[in-house]
Design a protein around this ligand. Structure first.
Ligand SMILES: Cc1cc2nc3c(=O)[nH]c(=O)nc-3n(C[C@H](O)[C@H](O)[C@H](O)COP(=O)(O)OP(=O)(O)OC[C@H]3O[C@@H](n4cnc5c(N)ncnc54)[C@H](O)[C@@H]3O)c2cc1C
Length: 472
């Protein structure tokens, strides 16, 4: 047996990281296991990045309650932890008489969900607020608290805070088998060894049903719901002020146009149920349908340059609500089916899970020195390092830009390679600094960025690209 823990959290997406962070506040031995080589590298890195109010959730559901609570918790936690959040508000736009007629009902639903600030707006007000909106909008709903959030920093902040407070993070460790020791403890079998633990939390996202079956349950099956998105260049950003939402349907929140905290504009996502849990490639049909919808919402957007497309897979199930189930007799919690709102709800899910673990007999004694963290700001709304004279005076590396599209400095890349959760790959560096995320997608700076990361992290450039080492 390699090591013994009080709690093992399987899955280091935004949900598992939030749970690990929550548990790090107590005197517990916690291990956070992930199959991948970095935290937040599954669905959590490929979403629309909106901090939802939960105005349109189904009243009375667990999702509705946890999204509302999660938004409040993240709004309180985010600024101090360095997570970029921008309160742009959203406009839900009705394009036909049926959608217009649905708006009062949506405002009523919002109120039943505990969100009272949604307000009907006329077509005149819509066009005053959004002069570039396509013709034909009939009216809308203003939701002033819908916000943009950095999807990358959020799980990284949770995981970093967990790690600096003693949680053991073990990457490249897919849980393949679960055994029961004679004393009732669970033994998780992974390629990185066996982990003995009293309690298990399953936060394995798209594979949460597979793990659930290892514990003998079959309450739900994940059917990945593919969402494709198009990222437009920063020159498109002045085209809109709010998140522009469609009237939601039963299946999906629909295709929206939204600014991002990085200063881009995103169009998407599609919603298509598929069988393959790894199918994160884009499709011609999906992108074409987005362009059609985007042209209607914001015609000028389609004239702008596209920087990138990306695809995320929602962990949808046959049920309309989150699949969070406590099994105290097994000392096991399943956190599955966190489909479209898990980023917003993450901290509330973590709080809910901790309460359930306490009810299941886990002693939660607060630790005396829970340390806070402050992550580097990746958002455009606050100063970035290249704009900070004091920082540059203290360390000139922050005055040397390496990735020019995103204005990422040598100092940030070095810091990311040496942080408590160091970047070990170019993808990991992208999510920690924005390097390579810009309009050139690394065409100009990949060589310089990779050389710097290799030097700072003690890896070879070949290893960063997964290539064989050159012969000397
Ligand atoms: C297109 C799209 C748009 C979205 N937009 C928003 C939005 O605007 N706002 C919002 O709040 N939410 C949004 N979401 C939802 C949000 O992204 C998800 O709810 C959230 O990321 C789920 O996090 P997770 O931790 O449950 O899953 P994941 O991020 O997938 O993490 C699960 C982790 O488990 C690991 N794992 C799997 N199997 C094993 C195993 N056997 N052993 C060890 N580890 C394992 C994986 O490697 C992965 O890292 C969107 C989702 C999509 C796809």
């Amino acid at each position: 047996m390699d090591q013994s823990f009080d709690v093992a959290v399987i899955g280091a997406g935004v949900v598992g990281c939030a749970i690990a962070r929550e548990l790090a506040q107590y005197r517990l031995r916690v291990v956070l296991l992930d199959a991948a080589g970095d935290v937040g590298s599954g669905t959590s890195k490929a979403n629309t990045a909106i901090l939802h109010t939960g105005f349109d959730a189904k009243p009375g559901t667990l999702e509705s309650r946890l999204v509302r609570r999660g938004q409040a918790l993240l709004n309180a936690y985010g600024p101090a932890a360095g997570i970029a959040i921008e309160r742009t508000g959203a406009l839900l736009v009705a394009w036909d008489a049926e959608q217009l007629a649905a708006l009062p009902g949506i405002a009523e639903t919002a109120a039943r969900n505990g969100y009272a600030a949604a307000r009907l707006v006329t077509a005149d007000e819509l066009y005053r607020r959004e002069p570039h909106l396509g013709p034909g909008a009939l009216g809308g709903l203003h939701i002033p608290d819908e916000s943009l959030i950095c999807p990358f920093t959020t799980p990284l902040a949770f995981a970093t805070q967990a790690v600096v407070n003693g949680v053991e993070l073990v990457l490249d460790s897919a849980v393949q088998l679960v055994q029961r020791a004679p004393d009732g403890a669970h033994v998780l079998v992974t390629p990185r060894g066996m982990f003995r633990t009293r309690y298990v939390v399953n936060a394995a996202g798209l594979h949460s049903d597979t793990i659930d079956r290892l514990f003998g349950h079959s309450a739900f099956t994940v059917t990945p719901r593919r969402g494709e998105l198009i990222v437009f260049d920063k020159l498109a950003r002045p085209l809109l002020r709010h998140i522009l939402l469609p009237v939601p349907t039963k299946l999906t929140k629909g295709v929206l146009v939204s600014p991002t905290v990085f200063g881009n504009v995103v169009l998407g996502p599609t919603a298509e149920d598929i069988a393959d849990r790894t199918a994160t490639g884009s499709t011609a049909a999906g992108l074409a349908s987005l362009c059609d919808k985007g042209r209607r919402i914001l015609p000028g957007l389609l004239e702008e340059e596209v920087s990138a497309v990306y695809v995320g897979l929602r962990a949808a199930t046959e049920h309309a609500d989150y699949q969070i189930a406590f099994h105290p007799e097994q000392r096991y919690v399943c956190v599955g089916g966190i489909r479209s709102t898990g980023l917003s709800a993450s901290m509330a899910i973590a709080e809910h899970v901790a309460d359930g673990l306490r009810d299941a007999g886990l002693a939660l004694a607060p630790s005396s020195d829970f340390r806070s963290v402050r992550m580097p700001n990746l958002g455009e709304a606050l100063p970035r390092p290249y704009q900070c004279a004091d920082l540059i005076a203290a360390d000139p590396n922050y005055g040397r830009i390496v990735c020019h599209c995103e204005r990422v400095t040598r100092g940030e890349i070095l810091a990311a390679a040496r942080s408590p959760l160091p970047a070990r790959s170019l993808d990991g560096l992208r999510r920690r600094t924005r390097a390579l995320l810009g309009r050139c997608q690394g065409f100009y700076c990949t060589a310089a960025v990779a050389a710097l990361l290799a030097e700072a992290s003690g890896q070879s450039v070949a290893a960063l690209f997964g290539l064989p080492e050159p012969r000397t």
